[in-house]
Design a protein around this ligand. Sequence first.
Ligand code: G3H
Length: 481
Amino acid sequence: MQVLEKDFKFLLNGEWSFSSSNQFINIYSPSTGEVVGRVPAMTKDEIDKAVAGARQAQKKWEKLAVSERAKILHAWADELVKMIDVIAPMIMNEVGKNISTARKEVTRTAEIIRYTAEEGVRIHGEFINGGSLDADSSIKTAIVEKKPLGVILAISPFNYPINLAATKIAPALIAGNAVVFKPATQGAISGLLMIQALENAGLPKGLVNTVTGKGSEIGDYIITHPFIDMISFTGGTGTGQNIARKASMIPLVLELGGKDPAIVLEDADLELAATEIVSGAFSYSGQRCTAIKRVLVLKDVAAPLIEKIKEKVEKLTVGRPEDDADITPLIDESSADFVQGLIDDALAKGASLITGNKREKNLIYPTVLSNVTKDMKVAWEEPFGPVLPCIIVDSVEEAIEIANESEFGLQASVFTSNIEKAFTIASSLDVGSVQINGRTERGPDHFPFSAVKNSGLGSQGIRQSIISMMRDKVTVINLKK
Ligand code: G3H
């Protein structure tokens, strides 16, 4: 096997190794098109060893005091920050995120790990007295313990290669679980570097094993592995649905796609709304599940709002992540083709181009479309790119109806100066979270983060993630009558 300088190893039971397959997967920079590095294409036999090793290591880890587990997480956060000058440029190279956002991803991840360690030590069981529901309450005493699930399969997406990995791995570990970590191919090296930081922090052998390889080849094998006890996945809706169909009788937490609307009322602060919408729609070139992906604006304020959005979008810088541009090349050419297809379809069906619709390979300039109607694909499909469709509505009721007609239900924003109206609208929206007068986003990371419909399953956020990786174990003492 010819090993190149940019070849990375996987971590299996405390050893960094190449695969016996002698195969690697190239990771290309979305910005330069050059090979950033290669990760091993692991065999099914190696995956079996990764899961078995994790299962073995978990037994000892579970018995360690939670404060000792927390110490390792704190040390991990420290090691991660020490490696920021290695990891942030790697995130930039692998996934085309601009360098300042990549650095923020590292510091945000360290903060999440620390908070998870602190939160985890305060999660404990309870003690309940009872008889039958309507009888003597002193006959039975239940000791309810919080137990780990076992081996958690953590599958992370390309767009937050370390953040959305650590938000699975840290809660799993503090709860006493072991982890098999399968990063998305693009972003895998950043994920492996993050695990290197965890190893530097004193990770016990086998407690976190990494799996690299093409999802299309090993994905089904690992999600149906009999010794995986829970899957936490972030990624595309199609892949999430495949996991939900195939992984049987284990808990799942799925964070999938979105089509988050920003609903703008006549009495909204339009300057604030435009600022939040542009930031929400175009950060990391729209490659966020929580990006604002459509504007539903009341007709009386449509023109001034769209004018403000246009002004702000035209100030965004477009270029290379190395130069810290706001809008950078999309993850690959086929993603850019998809976004371009949505723009072309809308324009062919009569949408008005407000700004943008320029493309250089996988670099799509920020594009705003108005007079978007329900027959256009961009009204419903998730672009995961820098295109913002504006739909002009006659009433709040129509905005709510269009918002809820989507197959997705992640988040929504409502912009209005009438807080009562905002609450009424919020309560009618079929989504996990509603942001009043702010952009859609996951953070702060200790808030619950959930979704309905095709946007996901289960609840995340630091405390919810830890609890999702635990079960209740009940021991009942029956007293003599
Ligand atoms: O892409 C999905 C992420 O969970 C979104 O996170 O709102 O912090 O960008 P964010």
